[in-house]
Design a protein. Sequence first.
Lengths: 192, 196
Amino acid sequence: MAVGTNHPVLSDDILARCAERAPVYDRENRFFHEDFEELRQAGYLRMIVPQELGGLGMSLAQVCQEQRRLAYHAAPTALAVNMHLYWTGVAADLWRTGDKSLEWLLRGAMAGEVFAAGHAETGNDLPLLYSTTKAERVAGGYRFTGRKSFGSLMPVWTFLGMHGMDTSDPQAPKIVHAFMPRNTKGYTINET
Amino acid sequence: MRATRSDDTVLDKAVVPDQYIARVVATGAAGIDLFVLAIFAWAEPMFGNIYYALAQRAFDWTVENVKKKTSLAMSRSMAYHAEVQHAIADMALELEAIGPHLDSVAQDWSDGVDHGHMWGAKLVAVKHRAVEGAWKVVDTAMDLAGGFGIFKQSGIERLFRDARLGRIHPANAFLTREFMAKTVLGISIDEKPRWG
C-alpha cells in the first residue's frame, strides 16, 4: 500500500488557505500562483510517482480522494493540476507494467518539472484520437504546426504534453504524442 | 475556472526531439494503446471528482442557507417549505449516486480489473454522470439561493459558472453517447462513415 492511504497529502490548513484565495483568483482573473507553490511544497505534484523513484506511489483511487478534497476548497486549482497529475499517472501505470519509456517524465516530476496538456483543438470533436495539428517527421524529431485551445497551467508548465497528426502516408495516418519543452522555438502562447 | 489560466498555444513549426516523443500510434480507436487509455483513465475520473466536490460544496452551502432563509408566508425557515425540501432531496439523491460511481471506477482501474473493450466507455461514462449530476445540483442550488445567488458575495455565482465547465471537458455528452452506444452495439469508433 502506498504511503498516502490514510494521510492526506494536503493539510487542512493548506486547504483552508486555498479556499480563501479561490474567490480572489476568480475576481482578479489570475493564476493560482500561491496555491501552486503550496501544493508543490506539500509534494502534491509528486504523489503519483512510484515509491521506487521517490514519490508517494499513490493509486488513481487515492489520488481521486485527494483531488476531491482539494476541489471542495478550490475547484479551479484542482482542475489545473489535474493535467500534471494525469500525465504522471499515465507514466506511472506504464512504468508498473514494465514499460520504462516515460520514466524520464516521472524523474522529471520528482525534480520539479510541470506537465500540462495540449489536446483541445478547434475543429476536432474526437480529441486525442485525431488532430488538426500537423506533425511532420524531421531529422531527430517531429515538427508541429497547429493551435491548441485553452490549456491549463500556462504560466508554470515546463513540458506541454500534446499530439499532432502525421499524414505523410495518407493510407496510414498516425498520431504523434509528444512533450514539448518550454524552451522550444516556434510556439507562442495567446492569452484567452 | 478562471484561475486555471487556460490560454491558447499556437504551434508554428515547433520541433520536439525524439527523446520527448512518447508514442506514434494509428489514428482513431485503433491507436488506443495503454498510453492513450491511461490518459482517459486518469483524466476522466479526476474530472468527475472535481465537479462532484464542487457540487458537494454548493449543496453544503445550500443546506445551511435554507435554514436561515425566511419568507413572509412561512412561520418557520424555508427548510420547512415543501418545494425546498423536494429540491434539497433531489440534490442529495444526485450526490448519493455520483460518489460511489466515481469510487468504484477509480478502484477498478487501480486494482487492474479487466473490463476489456468496455474500459473506454466506462471511463467517459463516469465523468459524464458526475459532471451532469454536479451541474443539476449546482443549478438547483442557484434556484434555492434566490436572487441573492447571482451576487458575487453569495459565492454560489462562482460555483455555478465553474460547474458548467465540467460538461465542456472531454469527453462531452455527444462523444460520451457515441462511445457508449457504439461500444455496446459492437460498432467500431473507426467505422466510416461515422453515422448513417
